[in-house]
Ligand binder design. Sequence first.
Ligand SMILES: Nc1ncnc2c1ncn2[C@@H]1O[C@H](COP(=O)(O)OP(=O)(O)OP(=O)(O)O)[C@@H](O)[C@H]1O
Length: 246
Amino acid sequence: MNTLLELKSIDKRFGGLHVTRGVSFALNAGDRLALIGPNGAGKTTLVNQISGVLSSDSGEIWLRGENVTQLSQARRVRAGLARTFQITTLAPHFAVQRQIELALFEREGMTGRLWRSIDAYPALQAEAQAILTRFGLRAHAAAATQDLAYGEQRLIEMALALALRPKVVLLDEPMAGVPKGDGERLLAALASLPSELAVLIIEHDMDLVFRFANRIVVLADGAVLADGSPDDIRRDPRVRAAYLGN
Ligand SMILES: Nc1ncnc2c1ncn2[C@@H]1O[C@H](COP(=O)(O)OP(=O)(O)OP(=O)(O)O)[C@@H](O)[C@H]1O
């Protein structure tokens, strides 16, 4: 099995509040793992620890065989980890295509040349076009990001994360605030992610979780309550009691 991400008993405390507790699990190539749990269970904190937004108080995080526990966010991105945030973090005035181009420049370590047009780099230009097409954003290429529907902005975020060519991608509530109609486009984009990618998704919508995930980790009070296939999780009496109801 090709393990891409491994959490080894990681913890996070905010003052007296012990928010993640000895969390361990591994993510393999091709996994579609949904991280679920009640509000306040520690899901976002855990994703912040994985991506390096937050340091961990103890335990280790391994990415593709490298101990990244002490590494910055940027170093983790370079090691193959990308993420989206629960709240959209796009530059509102930028054209959609330009956002994608900037992500590509950044990936290539060309941030000193951001002022240049992408025309000088045909391979990157073609890649930007391909990304726009894949996410159904071509018609909006020249539009300012802020003028797009919220669901489309979430698509751009996913596109930006993918532009980094990650091996592991963390999606924090990609459907949050997206109207039902636009949800299907997001789902289609999720379904079309490269199969060898390892995906960890935080999501409250259980329909989506059970449609998308091939593995589910349930977090309760900061600790892993259950880790298994969607069928295992659906049948697990502890999960039903703690989270799913009945
Ligand atoms: N920076 C912080 N400082 C102090 N407490 C925090 C901080 N971030 C999160 N918490 C607390 O940690 C706990 C877990 O929060 P977290 O956002 O990780 O949960 P969650 O499972 O993602 O919740 P939700 O499903 O509502 O997004 C909560 O009690 C929250 O108030």
